[in-house]
Design a protein around this ligand. Structure first.
Ligand SMILES: *[C@@H]1O[C@H](CO)[C@@H](O)[C@H](O)[C@H]1NC(C)=O
Ligand SMILES: *[C@@H]1O[C@H](CO)[C@@H](O)[C@H](O)[C@H]1NC(C)=O
Ligand SMILES: *[C@@H]1O[C@H](CO)[C@@H](O)[C@H](O)[C@H]1NC(C)=O
Ligand SMILES: *[C@@H]1O[C@H](CO)[C@@H](O)[C@H](O)[C@H]1NC(C)=O
Length: 261
């Protein structure tokens, strides 16, 4: 009985997400949002609430754009803390959803409805306000990384000269046309098992970037599924190892292109 219910739930999600995010994989392993984790604090940046961590007066900053579960996700905050403590970046994780992360339990606010209020276009506009605010405070070099929903936001940033470098981790809805317009050095990290952004599409992304002479690093992580870099289970050593590897690749990209050498 339970299995049937789960199966129905999955089918429903598949239908809901066909036009939205990349598939039910986007919603696997939802985080426990209690807003209490992390070594940093929550302040306002560019009019948005944001989790900030790392040296506040650093001239180099990284923006992390969340998946649909938002800026309170404990794993995301841990990643932010890691980026801050390892490389001395000031890290900003904005609340792009204004206090309303996607809640799979809320059937009234299903993905279709929720995305109408929380589209990636709006996220892009908000990200630009966060960047402007950081620049006003004297930050001179900025990088941005996006997970799933946030990957699309960061791909929009990468089309302009908003940041020095971009990292997309299992991005959703990023198209070949998006990638054709990218100007910023970009790293794209994807799972072997990703219905929305499969390895074959990655190969095309890489070809286009190389043809356009955009510095790029594209990597397919074996044995993992969409979402692995942020929604990994803490008690699964294999999953943690692969997620850590993705975080390290992200850090390497930021160290190379954002950190003042
Ligand atoms: C989502 O919710 C709206 C309003 O509650 C409803 O009209 C729509 O059919 C739902 N969509 C799906 C795919 O369930
Ligand atoms: C919040 O969640 C984190 C990670 O799941 C957990 O370690 C912590 O104990 C939780 N805090 C509260 C107050 O529930
Ligand atoms: C959704 O429901 C499950 C099962 O009742 C619960 O464990 C989980 O915390 C709920 N999630 C949210 C975001 O409310
Ligand atoms: C641990 O994570 C790996 C990689 O995501 C996955 O293939 C495996 O099924 C997971 N193991 C368990 C027990 O969930």
């Amino acid at each position: 009985m339970f299995t049937i219910v789960l199966h129905l739930l999955c089918v429903t999600l598949c239908l809901q997400l066909q036009q939205g995010l990349s598939g039910p994989q986007c919603l696997e392993h939802p985080p426990n949002l209690n807003g209490t984790s992390g070594a940093g604090s929550v302040i306002k940046v560019g009019g948005l609430k944001a989790y900030v961590t790392g040296p506040p007066r650093s001239k180099v900053a990284i923006i992390l754009a969340s998946d649909v579960f938002g800026y309170e996700a404990p794993n995301l905050r841990k990643i932010a803390d890691k980026v801050a403590s390892t490389a001395g970046f000031h890290v900003v994780v904005p609340d792009f959803f204004y206090g309303e992360p996607y809640n799979p339990n809320n059937t009234q606010r299903n993905m279709t409805v929720w995305l109408k209020d929380h589209g990636t276009d709006k996220g892009f506009e908000d990200a630009k306000r966060v960047i402007a605010s950081l620049r006003n405070k004297g930050v001179s070099r900025i990088g941005a990384a996006g997970f799933c929903w946030g990957g699309k936001v960061v791909s929009e940033l990468a089309k302009g000269y908003y940041t020095k470098a971009a990292v997309l981790l299992h991005p959703s809805r990023v198209t070949l046309d998006d990638i054709k317009a990218v100007k910023t050095p970009i790293s794209i990290l994807v799972a072997q098992f990703d219905n929305g952004t499969p390895p074959a599409l990655m190969k095309q992304f890489q070809e286009v970037l190389t043809t356009n002479k955009v510095d790029n690093f594209v990597k397919i992580f074996p044995g993992v599924s969409h979402g692995w870099a942020v929604r990994y289970a803490e008690d699964n050593a294999t999953a943690v190892k692969s997620a850590n590897e993705a975080h390290q690749d992200m850090l390497n990209w930021f160290t190379k292109y954002v950190q003042k050498r």
